[in-house]
Design a protein around this ligand. Structure first.
Ligand code: M6R
Length: 364
């Protein structure tokens, strides 16, 4: 049942305010002042490092979470693609927690990576959408993301629910390790509670994004740029666009632009710049200027403050509501998803069942 939507993907994008609200409530303590984990939970004071492993979109959720665990909990984090991780046979020193993220919980490479860590890592945790899945069953602690069934092959609500659970896990780690003040923790928890309403505001940009997507549909190649937390989001935006619209898209950390990809800039290829008005904004904008100076076409995704400063020269601007910078990945996923969705619709591709792809990759 597509619930009145044209595609499952559109329905699943629209469900995000509700399912994220449910995930936040599920992991909030009764008094709302802290994060509660199921079962015996986890003692992050006894952990020296976190190794996160996943594939595809779940891998980008891990890349995002690396910023959170490092900045909020001061915990060293390694992130790897499951198919690379296990064949490299990495050493797993004592004090390591291995964390696996998977919507289906059945991805062959992720499951094999988990089995590689059995008996080596201190603890095996998973962040999954299917609690009965192999990955959940073989973990010491499985954290459900509560996204509900995801049918569209392109992952949307599972991604933002993964991010929500990973951020709350990072907050738990920060609290236990004493690396966050109670005030900052309270701020972030209340921002998480307010997230469904910010997501609804982001969804109101649907028609504006559809108009921008019509122009993107003419492109052969698209470049996505972002810094900090927006770098994994750029990767995710490029993957979404590739998967369902079949337009070649690449993502770079904005600072890497002059180390090569700037050679691609011309008057034809659109460049999507993800840049909320945060501490890295000025740096990203100066990279955007480098693109504009070479005649490049910039589609800027930012907030009101960012648009006031930088929208003038952009080809297209998409404006998001302001949220605490820590939460921007969960919010900016929405325009990235809608952009890919409407581009695919404009091109007439099979949005829910793109060619060559399967929802769950249970073979290598
Ligand atoms: O079920 P999983 O989360 O383990 O799946 C991982 C990837 O196969 C998956 O995220 C894939 O990249 C999606 N098609 C992305 O939209």
């Amino acid at each position: 049942d597509k619930g009145g939507h044209k595609h499952f993907m559109a329905k699943e994008i629209a469900e995000q305010p509700r399912v994220i609200g449910e995930a936040v409530r599920h992991y909030l303590s009764g008094d709302g002042n802290s994060v509660t984990l199921p079962g015996d939970g986890l003692d992050f004071t006894k952990i020296d490092r976190l190794t996160m492993v996943a594939c595809g979109t779940a891998f980008f959720a891990c890349l995002t979470a690396k910023y959170w665990f490092e900045q909020l909990a001061r915990l060293p984090v390694e992130v790897d693609i499951a198919s690379e991780f296990r064949y490299r046979e990495p050493p797993i020193p004592g004090g390591t927690v291995a964390l696996f993220v998977s919507q289906s919980g059945e991805t062959a490479d992720t499951l094999a990576a988990l089995r590689y860590c059995e008996g080596k890592a201190d603890k095996i945790i998973s962040v999954v959408n299917v609690p009965e899945s192999s990955i959940a069953r073989e973990s010491d602690l499985a954290l459900p993301i509560l996204a509900g069934t995801e049918i569209g092959v392109a992952s949307t609500k599972a991604f933002t629910c993964q991010l929500t659970v990973l951020l709350m896990l990072a907050l738990k780690a920060a609290e236990q390790r004493g690396t966050i003040t109670p005030e900052r923790q309270a701020d972030l928890l209340s921002a998480l509670r307010a997230l469904p309403s910010s997501l609804n505001t982001a969804l109101e940009q649907n028609s504006a994004i559809a108009r921008a997507a019509h122009k993107l549909a003419e492109a052969k190649d698209v470049l996505f740029l972002g810094r900090g937390l927006m770098y994994p989001m750029a990767l995710e935006g490029a993957l979404k666009l590739k998967e369902i619209s079949y337009i070649h898209a690449e993502a770079y950390a904005s600072g890497e632009l002059k180390h090569g990809p700037i050679a691609l800039i011309d008057k034809i290829m659109p460049v999507v710049v993800l840049a909320p008005r945060d501490t890295l904004f000025d740096k990203t904008v100066s990279n955007m200027q480098e693109v504009l100076a070479r005649g490049g076409k910039v589609m800027l995704i930012t907030d009101d403050a960012g648009a006031a400063e930088a929208a003038g020269e952009a080809w297209q601007t998409i404006v998001m509501p302001h949220v605490d910078p820590v939460l921007t990945p969960i919010l900016y996923a929405v325009p990235a998803q809608l952009l890919a969705y409407h581009t695919a619709v404009a091109k007439g591709t099979d949005v829910d069942q793109p060619r060559n792809l399967a929802k769950s990759v249970t073979v290598e």
